[in-house]
Design a protein around this ligand. Sequence first.
Ligand code: NAD
Length: 418
Amino acid sequence: MSGAQPKAAKIAGAVSITAEVDLSRITTRHRQGWVDIVTSDMGEVVEIAKKALAAGDNTAIAYHGNIVDLLEYLAEKEVKIDLLSDQTSCHVVYDGGYCPQGLSFAERTRLLAENRDRFRDLVNKSLRRHYQVIKKLSEQGSYFFDYGNAFLKAVFDAGVIEVARNGVDEKDGFIYPSYFEDLMGPIFDYGYGPFRWVCLSGKSEDLDRTDRAAMSCIDPERRAEDRDNYTWIRDAKKNNLVVGSQARILYSDAKGRTAIALKFNKLVRKGEIGPVMLGRDHHDPGGTDSPFRETANIKDGSNVCADMAVHCFAGNAARGMSMVALHNGGGTGIGKAINGGFGMVLDGSRQVDDILRSAMSWDVMGGVARRNWARNPNAMEVAMEYNRNNINGDQITIPFQADQSLVDRATEELFNNR
Ligand SMILES: NC(=O)c1ccc[n+]([C@@H]2O[C@H](COP(=O)([O-])OP(=O)(O)OC[C@H]3O[C@@H](n4cnc5c(N)ncnc54)[C@H](O)[C@@H]3O)[C@@H](O)[C@H]2O)c1
């Protein structure tokens, strides 16, 4: 339980149930006010959820126990779940990321240290049951999606071949959509991703000031994403999202990030706020090559290359970002993704303005260009708009849309002539 799910559900006005085997995680989130009610009684979970639904209360319930037990109980009781996902750490499924059914958190930790083979067997058994109950709940009307935690891959590796879309291997994805295919891909195509900043003064007034500044840079009428972002940043303080540093995350595109960054730097220059550090998640349009997640909706075959993250990293370095990073892993696991990241300190100087003007868009538009080359319609739209607005600057090549029937005919002739 990272806390993101109950918090997000609450903001969206939903009743949520989050299972967690490690009580200390729940206690932290309960103390922070991100979870409303904690219980280890499955009957109580259902009772509270039903009451909250009837009253229209967006209650966040934490169930202390194993998710497979809870789902089996809910399936048996035919409790209707609208949206269902999993956020156990399946990218390190045999290293403790997933707690097998039948073991408490303490038992899982002990077994992991003493007998890894037995632990692995229990994980596989649990994942197989986990899949069966998800199948049952889906048949009962739940919409299940993979959260980008390699859950479906782990299920496949545990021996459930039928979860593969082609019934043979994982090459063509899985029978349930990944959140990336269904939700995030088209948004990344526009260039939106989790841009973020930290007020280095540590003052909450500075964060309030940056919230207002960011809000003034968003036109809520531009796209649906901007409408959501506007509401998000407007209500950020009220939603009590800060748990440590005075930091904020805001999904934004290249144009938005540049405008916000320049505005912040101006505030620093005028002495209205202290210095600000900009950054973003590795989970972003331009910085990450990860065929099971960030680049899952790039269908031209280039999604297995690692060039985009490297270009992003090198370009950010050349353009003068304060900190650049190139690393492996990043959520889907070592060997499955490569990430180029940055950090940029806004000190109010004019030099930083110049860096922001060239680097902020480089960091994002590489990802948009790549998606545009793969002929993703939203990315093509953004790339063409970029070219129009940048007539004397750099331009993105736009792919030629071939008539598919001609391509098919040519391919057929080629095979026939062999
Ligand atoms: N799509 C995204 O944007 C996104 C964002 C963050 C993380 N992730 C992925 O989600 C996964 C989890 O990330 P995290 O940072 O929350 O990791 P985490 O390890 O902090 O949290 C996972 C939690 O699951 C609990 N857990 C494990 N097995 C359980 C079980 N059977 N029943 C109940 N609880 C169980 C663990 O105790 C742990 O607290 C990772 O694979 C990560 O890559 C995806």
